[in-house]
Structure formats: C-alpha cells, structure tokens
Write a protein that binds this ligand. Structure first.
Ligand code: SAH
Length: 301
C-alpha cells in the first residue's frame, strides 16, 4: 500500500533543479532577505544537496524531519526521496514561501514552531494517527542554524524516543569538537555527549561558498546514529558530572566539581570516588575518557 501517497519515491529525480537560480528568484519575488537572527544561510549547491540525501540513505516508510527548512532548498530534495516529511520552521516569513513552493507535494507537514519549545514525539505520533501509518524509523536531516547547533542536537538526542539518526550540517569547528580526542582543546562536553549517545562520522566537507549568504566559516555534514552501547541507569548523574567537570576545564577536576557543587559532594567524597575508579585525584576534565566518566558515575550511589 502506498503509505503516504508519495508518487516520487526513489533517487535521481532532481536532475533539472538549479537551486541557486531558484533561491535568487524566491528572494526577489517575496522581497525577503536572509535573517541573521535565525541563522539563515541557504544551501545553494546541488551537488552537496544530493550528497546529503545519499548520506541520509532514506528508506521507504521512514519519517524525515527537517529542522529549519528555510526557503525549501533541502526540503524539496527530501520530499522527492522520502515517504513523508515533517518540517519545523521558526520564521513565519518562510512559511508562505514553503507553502507555495511545496504545493505540488502532499507527503509533508509544515509546523511554524521553535524546535527548542516543542515535544517532537507528539508531532510524530499525530502524523501516524492522522495518516494511519507507523514509521519504521525517524531521521533528522538539517542545515542547522549555527547559533543554536548544540542545544538543538542535545534536544534531538535526549528528548525524542523516536529519532534514530541525524544527518546535519554544522560548522566545521563543531564537527571537530564532536570527534575530538582527550587532551585537545576541542575535547569537551559535546565530544563526550556525542560519544556516549551515538556513533558519529564526518561525511561531507562543505565550503562556505555553498551558501548564500556565505557564512564566515566552513562547514561539514555529520552523521550521528544513536546507540545504547554505553547505556547506564543513572545517566543524569553522568551528564551532570561531565557538565560540572568542564565548567572550569583548566582546574583539577576535583576542584571544579566541588566549586560547582556536583551532587553536593565534599572534596573528600570526590577524591575517594576517584580513587575507587582508578583515576588520579589530580586529573583535569580534559584528560579523562568517556570510560573514566562512566566508571566515576558507577561509583556514585
Ligand atoms: N534548510 C535551509 C535553511 C537553512 S538556514 C537551507 O539549507 O537552505 C537555518 C534555518 O533554520 C532557517 O530557515 C531558520 O529560520 C531556521 N531556524 C532557526 N532557528 C530555529 C528554531 N529554533 N527552530 C526551527 N527553525 C529554526
């Protein structure tokens, strides 16, 4: 049964699209400019756009969620290659554009909301109920607004039980932080959270010239696939530990944890926990691996 009335399913249907020309046309026709406040940089390189679709490897009966569809440059590629899509866009200037541009498709829902303020899973459930489908998998594909990349990623990773994969454009510097090694300046909260929650890989390098307006930094597309391999019961404690340890990353971790009131433990308590976990009491946050953080968390009852 054709699940969502999508007549286009399949790859290579974008041959005739000139996204640069279309973007200029739309900006002109609607008399709009990219809005800095919402981190708008429109992706205009068709080669990169189709690579993103390849990397996402969308299967039939999967739901694709795009955060920040903007003028619809990536959205149109998504619609041509997926059973159903959910678009979440904060800027109401984009909503009219998207409605017009995507009017020939019927396999999507467009929501005018701030991603950080909504319960994503309830939207997924609503679509499933209304369309009488149950999606086999939920993937996020997005060219994220750079000023809130980290909160968006944490929300997608922590607040949805349904999302399993995330293919996103981020600043190159953020991509490097995700895959950093201990004892480097890039290593930190983002590294450890991403390592704990996902398998991550940098998939595409994207030069700044692929956008209008061109941002001041180069970008990269990363793929995050959720996994449970490290899953521990008191993960709230792990998250707190990581955040408080890196609150003052240059200090000894013990001191950072005490001055930032980690679980209200005393210096002696923390030193004893480190000893039991086989970790030096002189260690700094950036010297410890995810396994070290997991071992410490397990010692905290
Ligand atoms: N996907 C488009 C636009 C990317 S620019 C393209 O690749 O060309 C980033 C988009 O995210 C903008 O449309 C911006 O309005 C939107 N956005 C910014 N903050 C958002 C938020 N909190 N929730 C949802 N969308 C947001």
């Amino acid at each position: 049964m054709p699940v969502a009335g999508n007549y286009f399913f399949g790859k290579d249907k974008m041959g005739d699209i000139n996204t640069l020309r279309k973007t200029k046309e739309i900006l002109n026709r609607y008399n709009i400019k990219a809005n800095k406040r919402f981190g708008q940089n429109f992706l205009i390189d068709d080669n990169i756009l189709s690579k993103i679709i390849d990397v996402a490897d969308i299967k039939e009966n999967e739901l694709v969620i795009e955060i920040g569809p903007g003028l619809g440059n990536l959205s149109e590629y998504i619609l041509l290659n997926s059973t159903y899509a959910l678009f979440i866009e904060i800027d109401n200037n984009m909503i009219k554009v998207l409605g017009d541009r995507l009017s020939r498709y019927n396999n999507y829902k467009l929501v005018n909301e701030d991603l950080l303020k909504i319960d994503i899973d309830s939207y997924i459930e609503e679509i499933e109920n209304n369309r009488n489908i149950s999606f086999t998998n939920v993937k996020v594909i997005a060219n994220l607004p750079y000023y809130i990349t980290t909160p968006i990623l944490f929300k997608l990773l922590q607040n949805s039980k349904r999302i399993n994969e995330i293919v996103v454009m981020v600043q190159k510097e953020v991509a490097q932080r995700m895959i950093a090694k201990p004892k480097t300046k890039d290593y930190g909260i983002l590294t450890l959270m991403v390592e704990y929650l996902t398998n991550s890989e940098i998939m595409i390098d994207v030069p700044r010239s692929s956008f209008i307006p061109a941002p001041n930094v180069d970008s990269a597309v990363i793929k995050l696939v959720k996994n449970d391999k490290y899953k521990i019961e008191n993960e709230d404690v792990l998250f707190k530990l990581i955040h408080k340890a890196f609150a003052q990353r240059r200090k000894k971790m013990v001191n950072s944890l005490v001055s930032n009131k980690f679980m209200d433990l005393s210096k002696e308590d923390i030193e004893s926990i480190l000893n039991k976990s086989g970790i030096s009491i002189n260690a700094r946050a950036e010297e410890l691996s995810l396994n070290d953080y997991l071992n410490i968390t397990k010692e905290i009852k």
